[in-house]
Design a protein around this ligand. Structure first.
Ligand code: HEM
Length: 163
């Protein structure tokens, strides 16, 4: 079923696969990805996780742009985010970037919910959206670092295995 979300188990290995470049192509490349990601961030700003993100308009704009570049690259488009990762593996960089924020399972659900809302508006083959969702659903587990029992746990990149 589309848009399923499974639970995070602290410390478990997370296997994920990079999104199929066919998703990026079906979106229409860079412009289509930009539309999707800008819409996603507009939804985030109306959500329960809005407080995680900059309230300053220029800073917000910068996050939108960087986020779009990351997704263009991770989805098989041009390497427009390369410089940001400072030579680190892109996935590892992304996990570490989120260490600065206390992300709970609940925030992850909300984040995924915003993405679901944005994706539902995109009119492309559901199979391609499902493939992208599969990556997001799994990879997002590695951004969760704060748990209901009050403990924290920062996922090691070695815990992520790319299929
Ligand atoms: C598949 C999972 C996720 C991916 C691929 C992802 C990707 C990104 C990217 C590309 C950026 C911008 C990086 C930059 O500034 O260069 C970002 C920033 C951020 N993400 Fe995520 N994210 C994910 C999950 C989450 C979740 C679950 C949360 C929960 C709240 C979250 C919260 C944030 C925050 C707070 C920022 C930084 C905003 C700032 O710079 O002030 N992310 N994320």
């Amino acid at each position: 079923m589309s848009y399923n979300v499974s639970k995070v188990n602290k410390g478990e290995e997370v296997q994920f696969k990079q999104p199929d470049p066919a998703f990026y192509k079906a979106l229409g490349g860079e412009e289509g990805m930009k539309e999707l990601m800008y819409d996603f961030y507009d939804i985030i700003y109306e959500s329960d996780i809005a407080h995680f993100f900059p309230q300053d308009e220029d800073e917000f704009q910068e996050v939108k742009e960087k986020n779009t570049k990351f997704f263009i690259q991770i989805c098989g488009g041009p390497k427009v985010y390369e410089k940001e990762a400072k030579g680190m593996n892109l996935n590892e960089y992304m996990i570490r970037l989120h260490d600065d924020f206390s992300i709970t399972e609940k925030s992850r659900y909300e984040w995924l919910g915003c993405m679901e809302e944005a994706l539902r508006k995109v009119n492309i083959d559901q199979k391609l959206k499902d493939d992208f969702w599969d990556y997001l659903e799994k990879f997002s587990k590695l951004t969760v670092n704060s748990f209901a029992d009050g403990s924290t746990y920062y996922a090691a990149y070695t815990q992520a295995s790319e299929k």
